[in-house]
Design a protein around this ligand. Structure first.
Ligand code: TRP
Length: 341
């Protein structure tokens, strides 16, 4: 049997995970665990590229994220969870790879251009380096496969270029990582914009059933519909987008759609039903979440173990990379203790 291919992917832990993360990435990761050797990265160094003024948020957000991942079905027996800031090799490789890419190339990264426009201030070196650090995250594990959202494709593309460039200069070292997209369309936020931590339009995995119901009852629907007897629109209506994703009863969904379109059911009734459906869907996940959140020390321990496993991989990659780049004298100082985590 061929050895499993290796996956490296992760999240920038800017807040607790929401249902968009769940259907967009987490449920996909859970499946991939059975086909690939998976490394899941808590990208807290990447958080600092925008949130360096809020150090107090990093630790709670890391815990929340890992608890959400586990509650969604990430299995630490199968997969390795890594805390990025605990593995300094990521930062060192990022520094070394920085020599193999030009400023002009990084200025063309679309996510960078977008953020500079949004920030409206002069970007930091850290933000500029974002895709190089992400490339280091991937290459340091010699990952072949990187499941990501569409917005991250330019970063995976850069990691491929860096792998090629490195191999060309120093000999075959890194596989060219392949991005894979999840086939789920993006879930809109409760206000029908993109679901985003900073927009206040998220339903979080940690929300209570009551909170979830409250958010559903306030959701954006069809703005052209004034009375429950007006014909309603299904397309672009997030209530029905959610209904399609979370209600396994296809016949019921069809019936609700027909009644909505012909003005035979009101928004309130549809939303009530959606709140029930969503709370049922999230029920088992919430139970697992509560059990996990009761023992934060166990979460820290899991991260510690995963991080140690990760380091045995990163140390051997760094030894190879530093040697090939001519830094072998530094390696000899360490007298192989470099390899001991
Ligand atoms: N940039 C990714 C995000 O915003 C997080 C991330 C960091 C990542 N390093 C990675 C994703 C490596 C895939 C591979 O979600």
């Amino acid at each position: 049997m061929l050895p499993k291919q290796r996956i490296l992917t992760g999240h920038r832990t800017t807040g607790p995970r929401h249902i968009g993360h769940l259907v967009g990435t987490l449920l996909n990761w859970v499946k991939l665990q059975y086909e690939y050797e998976c490394f899941f990265l808590v990208a807290d160094l990447h958080v600092l590229t925008t949130d360096f003024e809020h150090p107090d948020r990093i630790h709670p957000n890391t815990l929340d994220t890992v608890i959400d991942w586990l509650a969604a079905g990430i299995d630490p027996q199968r997969s390795t969870l890594i805390l990025q800031s605990a593995v300094p090799d990521h930062a060192v490789l990022s520094l070394l790879l920085g020599n193999l890419v030009t400023v002009a190339r990084l200025e063309r990264v679309p996510t960078f251009k977008e953020q500079v426009r949004e920030l409206n201030l002069s970007p930091s070196l850290g933000l500029f380096n974002y895709p190089v650090l992400q490339s280091a995250d991937i290459l340091i594990y010699k990952a072949q496969v990187v499941p990501v959202g569409e917005d991250q494709l330019p970063h995976v593309e850069l990691s491929r270029e860096l792998a090629r460039r490195f191999n060309q200069l120093y000999g075959e070292t890194f596989p060219e990582p392949q991005a894979i997209l999840s086939n789920q369309p993006r879930l809109p936020g409760t206000d029908n914009r993109t679901m985003h931590n900073s927009y206040g339009n998220c339903i979080y995995l940690k929300d209570s059933p009551e909170e979830t119901t409250r958010k559903v009852m306030q959701m954006y629907t069809d703005p052209t519909r004034i009375h429950a007897t007006d014909p309603g629109h299904i397309e672009g209506n997030p209530v029905f987008t959610y209904m399609d994703v979370f209600n396994p009863n296809v016949e019921e969904v069809e019936d609700l759609k027909q009644r909505y379109q012909s003005g035979r059911i009101g928004d309130v009734a549809v939303k009530r039903r959606l709140a029930e459906v969503l709370n049922r869907f999230l029920g088992p996940l919430r139970e697992r979440r509560a059990a996990l959140a009761a023992h934060p020390q166990d979460i820290v321990q899991l991260l510690r173990e995963g991080t140690q496993q990760a380091q045995s991989v990163t140390h051997s990659t760094m030894e190879e990379v530093m040697g090939k780049m001519g830094l072998s004298m530094a390696l000899s100082f360490n007298d192989k203790s470099f390899l001991v985590p």
